[in-house]
Design a protein around this ligand. Structure first.
Ligand SMILES: [Zn+2]
Length: 76
């Protein structure tokens, strides 16, 4: 019998939860890794082109990215 590949929907236990290192909260939103890294450079993120964020980290990311954008517009 051949082993079948694990479908995308069923992720291994280690890969569930928020992509932020040390955070086990349930992921809510998937975001491009580069964007999150840009907004929150201090966080350790899981590998991958897109990262899943829990509600708290997503909110943090939104706030941080908005501030970054505003700074950009001001030319800072
Ligand atoms: Zn989190």
């Amino acid at each position: 019998m051949r082993r079948r590949e694990i479908p995308d929907a069923v992720t291994p236990a280690a890969a569930t939860g928020c992509a932020v290192e040390g955070c086990d909260n349930e992921p809510q939103r998937s975001q491009p890794r580069s964007r999150v890294k840009e907004a929150l450079p201090d966080l350790d993120l899981a590998a991958g082109r897109r990262v899943k964020l829990c509600r708290d980290h997503y909110r943090e990311y939104r706030r941080a990215s908005r501030e970054t954008r505003r700074l950009d517009r001001m030319g800072g």
